[in-house]
Ligand binder design. Sequence first.
Ligand SMILES: [Zn+2]
Length: 83
Amino acid sequence: MGVDEKAVEQVREFALQEKHHGEVTEAIINKYAPKENDNNSNKPVYVCKVCGFEYVGDLDKEPDDYKCPICAMPKTAFEKKIL
Ligand SMILES: [Zn+2]
């Protein structure tokens, strides 16, 4: 055999580890990314005009004294974002 079998074996093992790593990464992405996408496609987004904070969801459901968590501006400082 002209091929260095040990080197081939190492490459194969490395490839398997990489494949496993890819599967783990994909599982993590599937766990978090789809939810994120659902939120963005189904829920409205409000942007604070002062600091740019993005509130995802229905801002109308927040109490009237809701304040931006970043700059403490009232709800009136938020503008609905057109997606
Ligand atoms: Zn703000």
